[in-house]
Write a protein that binds this ligand. Structure first.
Ligand code: NCD
Length: 362
């Protein structure tokens, strides 16, 4: 059985296949309107969300299926102390597929390892967000006509912005990609992203604090919000929150066909005046997210019909129990009964990383 926890759980061919199905859904929605008749999607959202949860729900409804779930941890048994593993086992008795969002890194992986139905990671803390990446890829493909040979700028909170980490993972598998990472020093991409995505794949990347000088070279500008809820220090958030504000004046420096993406919600990092600019694609991105989620739900349910063996990550090079993760935002720090699993870093075998959150453990 397949679950999608990380975007690299899908091969490039599979992503291309999802883009084809999503494009067909856009052209022929009626053809798909009963494909999931009798099936149930459970949306388990332990953290607030507007578009991702409603996008999953709309996707399932447009496939003719039904939706159950909750939209905050307070309204679930997590508030009574239930573990993610137990929740996943329970929900497997009610639904055919799960979409889970959780503030702790690695929680959807724990769910996938314990559920008997496919699990889709709908965002885990500041870690990964693969279905937003599917929305991003379909938008880039439709607007630019290609996923190769692009200069992509990421701007804002590259440390906690999980959508950035996942999109970088996806782009690492296409050719001719140049990446410009634009952030304050304090919000640069985490070390595991730098080593295991950018360096491992020999990606052409530069880091800068200067948006304006980067703008003229970009084909795609991916703006992000500074992620207030992930800061331990309120003063640091206050100091950094307005680091980058994209204005119409700054957009004059961009190419006439540069597209501007944003996973939303926007706070104030893109001036509302830009919404009228043809290059602003963030609302199209929302719609594309629904179509890609429809394509993904269909694919995972089809795979499950043929193969209902449990989802597993057992691999020979994993190291069990010897190391303890110390990342306070990792599910393994909070749910003490979880088996500690570490894996060697892809670029340096002597560095071990926690399987749940990817942070260094030795
Ligand atoms: C993003 C997320 O949840 O990580 N939003 C989304 O999925 N649409 C980005 C964000 O919250 O800033």
């Amino acid at each position: 059985m397949r679950s999608v926890i990380d975007i690299v759980d899908l091969s490039v061919e599979e992503i291309d296949g999802l883009i084809d199905v999503a494009s067909d859904i856009i052209e022929n929605p009626k053809k798909y309107s009963e494909k999931c008749k009798g099936k149930k999607l459970a949306t388990l959202f332990f953290e607030p969300s507007t578009r991702t949860r409603l996008s999953f729900e709309a996707a399932m409804i447009e496939l003719g299926g039904n939706v159950i779930g909750f939209s905050s941890a307070n309204s679930s048994s997590a508030s009574k102390g239930e573990s993610v593993a137990d929740t996943a086992k329970v929900i497997s008795c009610y639904a055919d597929i799960i979409a889970m969002r959780h503030p702790l890194e690695g929680a959807p992986l724990v769910a996938a390892l314990n559920a008997s139905i496919p699990v889709i990671n709908a965002g885990d803390g500041g870690h990964k967000h693969p279905t937003q990446t599917l929305a991003d890829l379909l938008t880039i493909k439709r607007e630019k006509g290609r996923l190769n040979n692009l200069t992509v700028g990421f701007c804002g909170d590259l440390k906690y912005g999980r959508t950035v980490h996942s999109l970088l993972g996806a782009l690492s598998r296409y050719t001719g990609i140049k990446v410009v990472l634009i952030s304050p020093e304090e919000l640069m991409v985490p070390a595991y992203v730098k080593h295991d995505i950018l360096e491992k794949n020999n990606m052409d990347y530069v880091e800068t604090t200067d948006l304006e000088s980067a703008l003229p070279s970009l084909d795609v500008l991916y703006m992000t919000r500074v992620q207030q809820e992930r800061f331990a220090d309120v003063e640091e958030y206050e100091r950094l929150k307005d680091s980058y504000i994209l204005t119409a004046e700054k957009m004059e420096k961009a190419k006439s066909d540069t597209i501007v993406l944003h996973p939303l919600p926007r706070v104030n990092e893109i001036s509302v005046a830009i919404d009228k600019d043809d290059r602003a694609c963030y609302f199209k991105q929302v719609l594309n997210g629904k179509y890609m989620r429809m394509a993904l739900i269909l694919k995972l349910l089809e795979i499950r019909e043929k193969d209902d063996s449990p989802f597993t990550i057992d691999r020979e090079d994993f190291v069990y129990s010897t190391y303890k993760c110390h990342n306070k935002k990792c599910i393994s720090m909070v749910e003490q009964e979880l088996v500690n699993i570490a894996k060697p870093s892809e670029t340096d075998q002597s560095v071990l990383r926690c399987v749940y959150c990817d942070k260094k453990v030795n």
